[in-house]
Design a protein. Structure first.
Length: 133
């Protein structure tokens, strides 16, 4: 458990800085108004959520001496829900990113709707919602 403690303390700052770089790149002049920039921003956000989940919930017993499973019924339910959904968000966004890039190369003019920000957010939200089922 001591090794997990040091691993979490080492990986959190590295992941945090890496995702801040992702946010900076996705808001750069060239990517700001593109589907690629929005998807990278969503991916960075989901990675930050995963880091926070690991640091604040998974390792809470090792870091803070707090056990979500035995504390209360609500905290146990939150833990079980987050165990199911948080690890799936990043792979879903990465899969959508791959699909969107593939369709952009194969059918560059026929898939215009997939590049609109509203549709990208709607598709990602729908895929994440389906992962809860």
């Amino acid at each position: 458990n001591l090794m997990d403690f040091y691993f979490v303390l080492a990986i959190f700052p590295i992941g945090f800085i890496g995702n801040l770089i992702t946010f900076y790149i996705s808001h750069s002049k060239n990517l700001k108004n593109t589907s690629l920039g929005l998807i990278n921003f969503c991916l960075g956000l989901s990675n930050m959520l995963t880091l926070a989940y690991i640091f604040l919930i998974v390792e809470a017993n090792n870091l803070y001496g707090f056990d979500f499973l035995t504390n209360s019924d609500l905290s146990c339910k939150i833990l079980m829900f987050s165990r199911r959904i948080v690890p799936t968000i990043s792979p879903i966004i990465e899969t959508y990113f791959t699909f969107e890039r593939f369709m952009s190369v194969i059918y560059p003019r026929k898939i215009e709707f997939i590049h609109r920000k509203r549709n990208i957010l709607l598709i990602i939200a729908m895929l994440v919602s389906l992962s809860v089922l």
